[in-house]
Write a protein that binds this ligand. Sequence first.
Ligand code: AMP
Length: 216
Amino acid sequence: MKVSCVLLGAPGCGKGTQAVFISRMLNVPVVSTSDLIRKALSSDLEEHKVLREKMEQGELLDDTLIWGLLKTRLKQADCDNGCILDGFPRTMTQLEMMVDEKVKIDVMLFLDLPDSVIVERMSGRRVHASSGRSYHIVHNPPKVEGVDDITGEPLIQRSDDSESTVLKRLAIFSQDTMPMIRWAHDGHSMLGRMVYIDAAQSISDVQTAIRAVWQD
Ligand code: AMP
């Protein structure tokens, strides 16, 4: 299993937008754990409903469940040359799972953004539900207000983008994910190069910084 880029960052730091950019640049698919989970939990089974609610409240789901879904996806043929991983790993246990399976990682990219900016960005976020394409009503608006650029279908505000849920997700990020990022930053060679990017810049400046990572 090969991962070209692990995208790390708090919810709302721009991972989804930059994942699409890097995917085009490197010509490998984006693998998003939240998309995998949403597809896997779409039935009316009671167990699925409970997990969907947990997700909507911004809580992390079980490490083993997510890793099982992800492993199956990473073994598909279109990921043979690598992929952009969005949403995993999020805990130290998840990182250890990747290391144990000897997943080859080229670059770990951390999009660094202060919490105050994140709250403002997330309240303006709108997504196209079936593709996961995301927009911002001020910073990255669709060509026509309220509809997806490609399909013309309506955009929605995810229920986990409400302010109280965002604050909860940020708390979980700083408690569970930041220690894992700091650990990875301390130079563990099997994790590939770790690069911090200032995500408070404009989308195109972040893209310039990202392009430079692959030109080095
Ligand atoms: P995201 O869109 O990446 O912020 O993920 C939305 C939600 O999906 C999270 O709040 C979790 O409930 C769930 N999720 C996504 N990725 C993971 C993961 N690696 N570990 C646990 N839960 C996850």
